[in-house]
Design a protein around this ligand. Structure first.
Ligand code: KIV
Length: 276
């Protein structure tokens, strides 16, 4: 299967869904980052990132919007295509933007664009139990899916700001149930954003699929951060879970390598990056 890549001198085969599941099984942390262009894609890949997300955070860090809401499918396809050209080993996931998966057929059509035009191997969508039908529809068509729970930035106007989610018992139970139902519907990864450590751990322990966290504590199967936060490019106030890895390094590659190492040896996230 990997003949072409072996011929190109690949020391390690590319990461795929099975690799990610095996990593969960073996307790090896999955190191993930966002990327938006080919040059950074080359760096994050060379540093050993397992999974790269072309996040709709591009609306904020690339386009300068206050939220991810204005991002379009064309925007993500454009950036995903560029990132795909820079990757050799990492698994590429593309974000489905706001209102690009409002019904199953629209979700399928836009996922196909992400994969065929953007080179993505999986799509990510935000939402809880309301997305079950969509995830089932995509899974039935063999589209790999990452379901994003917890703080869902596309719903920022409904949630009333970028806040920690699942702090009260009722909301935590709702999120646990949603995670299980999304997995059962066919989701291959669950991503948790801004939830208390205990909830991250409970959901990780209850699922067979990998659980990737961003501000979800240390007890999940992997971590993801926005690349520009890792590299200290983001100006102004950053979320509590962000750690600046550039501060102690001279090049972006070294900073990214330090992030990967910290995820793999469990030194990131530390208690100051977590919500309890
Ligand atoms: O858009 C994005 O970059 C994301 C990550 C923050 C997980 O969804």
């Amino acid at each position: 299967m990997y003949t072409q890549l072996e011929q190109r001198g690949m020391a390690q085969p590319p990461v795929n869904v099975a690799t990610l599941r095996d990593m969960k099984g073996q307790g090896e942390p999955i190191a993930c980052l966002t990327a938006y262009d080919a040059s950074y894609a080359v760096l994050v890949d060379a540093a050993g990132t397992d999974l790269v997300l072309v996040g709709d955070s591009l609306g904020m860090v690339i386009q300068g919007h206050d939220t991810t809401v204005p991002v379009t499918v064309d925007d993500v396809v454009y950036h995903s295509r560029a990132v795909a050209r820079g990757l050799r080993r990492a698994f590429l996931v593309a974000d489905m933007p706001f209102m690009s998966y409002a019904n199953p057929d629209q979700a399928l059509a836009n996922s196909v664009r992400m994969m065929q035009e953007g080179g993505a191997m999986m799509i990510k969508l935000e939402g809880g139990e309301g997305q079950i039908e969509i995830v089932e529809h995509l899974a039935r068509h063999d589209i790999p899916v990452c379901a994003h729970l917890g703080l869902r930035p596309q719903s920022v106007h409904k949630l009333g700001g970028f806040r920690v989610q699942g702090r009260d018992v009722e909301k935590a139970e709702e999120m646990k149930r949603a995670a299980t139902r999304l997995q059962d519907a066919g989701a291959d990864i669950v991503l948790l954003e801004c939830v208390p450590n205990e909830l991250g751990k409970t959901i990780r322990d209850s699922l067979e699929v990998p659980v990737i966290g961003i501000g979800a504590g240390p007890d999940v199967d992997g971590q993801i951060l926005v690349l520009y936060d890792v590299l200290d490019i983001t100006q102004g106030r950053t979320p509590r879970f962000v750690r600046n890895f550039q501060a102690e390094h001279t090049s972006p590659l070294q900073a990214i390598q330090a992030y990967i190492k910290a995820v793999k040896d469990h030194s990131y996230p530390a208690p100051e990056h977590c919500f309890s």
